[in-house]
Every structure is written in structure tokens, then in C-alpha cells.
Design a protein around this ligand. Structure first.
Ligand SMILES: Cc1cc2nc3c(=O)[nH]c(=O)nc-3n(C[C@H](O)[C@H](O)[C@H](O)COP(=O)(O)O)c2cc1C
Length: 188
């Protein structure tokens, strides 16, 4: 059965390399996966008072319900100051609460970091993984995906122009499909 994968992009920039990458990944995924980018830019900053008072913003509730309906999660993120951009951390925090009602728990996941720099966003990738451990998201360990030199990978239309990287992406998505299959909750 096809698994639905929610894709989160850690950049709001119009010409974001990470968004271009996320779009490319949707076209390279095997048939067993259906990818959809979930927008996170409109989520109000997390404030626990709203949950404690039982009045979460509508955008939080919509986001939480939407993520719940997916079978897995894929994060495609830049690195900001060697960590995860605030917009992505906010989305993760919003989805993690109210306490005991996290939308992330048990969903198989994967992380790709994309940067024009040579380190490929390694710091962001691993900071994100730290949160995923706590959130009980089994995050695929191999292959790792630190994509550097991002300014040389796409043409003006956002198409992937680097054949070697394209092959890496195909391997990554095939491995992720197998990971999702292995780590999906079993229905008795
Ligand atoms: C606030 C800020 C911090 C950044 N810090 C890093 C960093 O730590 N490592 C890195 O490789 N690039 C860093 N960059 C550069 C980003 O990798 C670059 O802007 C990239 O294009 C962002 O991803 P995007 O194209 O998807 O928007 C930073 C950019 C900004 C705006």
C-alpha cells in the first residue's frame, strides 16, 4: 500500500534550494511513497499558554490534524548558525504538544540537509536528529544526506542538473521507502 509522507522544508525563501530539493524528491520517490510538502511558514510561534487554556490557534490544530494523517515524515532543511532554522523548530514544537499528544511519535522519518556550503548542513541535520530521538521518530541512519554545493545543483526551473547527486537522491528515497515499510506500526 502507498505510504503518505509529509515533507517539511526548513526555509521560507522564494528561491530556496531546500524547497527545490524537496520538489525534486517528490518526483524521484518510488511508487510506494506519496510525498506532500506541508507548509509551516504560517504557524504562530509556539506558546504553551494557548494549549493550557484550551485555545490553540486554528493554524496549530489544522497542522496537527494534517500531520497525523501521514504515515511518515521527511525533513529537508538548511543549516542556520550550525542548527535548525527557527521556522522548522517551531513546527516541530507545535506538533509535539499538548504533552502526550505529539503528532510525531512512531512515524518513520528521514532528514536531508542542503547548503551552498561544503559541510552540507551537517550541524542542522544532527541537531534535528537530537529532537527526533526524543520525539520517538525512528530516523533513517543510512544513507546520510548532507548535500553541499547546492548553488550548483539546479537549473533556473529548479530541475536537478547534477547526475551524480540525482543518483544519490534516488538511493536515498529507495532506502527511505524500505525504512518506512520496516518501521511502520503493524496493524493487527
Ligand atoms: C541566519 C542564517 C544563518 C546561516 N547559517 C549557516 C550555517 O550555519 N551553515 C551553512 O552551511 N549555511 C548557513 N547559512 C547559509 C544558508 O545555507 C543559505 O542561505 C541557504 O541558501 C539557505 O537555504 P535555502 O536556500 O533553502 O533558503 C545561513 C543563512 C542564514 C540566513
Amino acid at each position: 500500500m502507498t505510504k503518505k509522507i509529509a515533507v517539511f522544508v526548513g526555509s521560507l525563501r522564494k528561491e530556496s534550494f531546500n524547497r527545490k530539493m524537496a520538489r525534486v524528491l517528490t518526483t524521484l520517490a518510488p511508487e510506494s511513497l506519496m510525498l506532500e510538502i506541508i507548509e509551516i511558514g504560517g504557524l504562530p510561534l509556539y506558546n504553551q499558554d494557548h494549549d493550557d487554556e484550551g485555545k490553540p490557534p486554528a493554524a496549530w490544530t489544522t497542522f496537527r490534524e494534517k500531520v497525523k494523517s501521514f504515515d511518515g515524515v521527511l525533513f529537508v532543511t538548511p543549516e542556520y548558525n550550525r542548527s535548525v532554522p527557527g521556522v522548522l523548530k517551531n513546527a516541530i514544537d507545535v506538533g509535539s504538544r499538548p504533552y502526550g499528544h505529539s503528532v510525531w511519535a512512531g512515524k518513520p522519518g528521514a532528514v536531508m540537509s542542503v547548503s551552498p556550503g561544503m559541510l552540507g548542513g551537517f550541524g542542522a541535520n544532527h541537531h534535528l536528529r537530537q529532537s527526533l530521538v526524543f520525539l520517538d521518530v525512528p530516523a533513517m541512519q543510512q544513507p546520510e544526506a548532507y548535500i553541499g554545493g547546492a548553488s550548483h545543483l539546479f537549473d533556473a526551473d529548479g530541475k536537478m542538473t547534477n547526475e551524480t547527486t540525482r543518483e544519490v537522491l534516488v538511493k536515498f528515497m529507495n532506502a527511505f521507502a524500505a525504512w518506512v515499510e520496516r518501521n511502520s506500526p503493524q496493524i493487527a
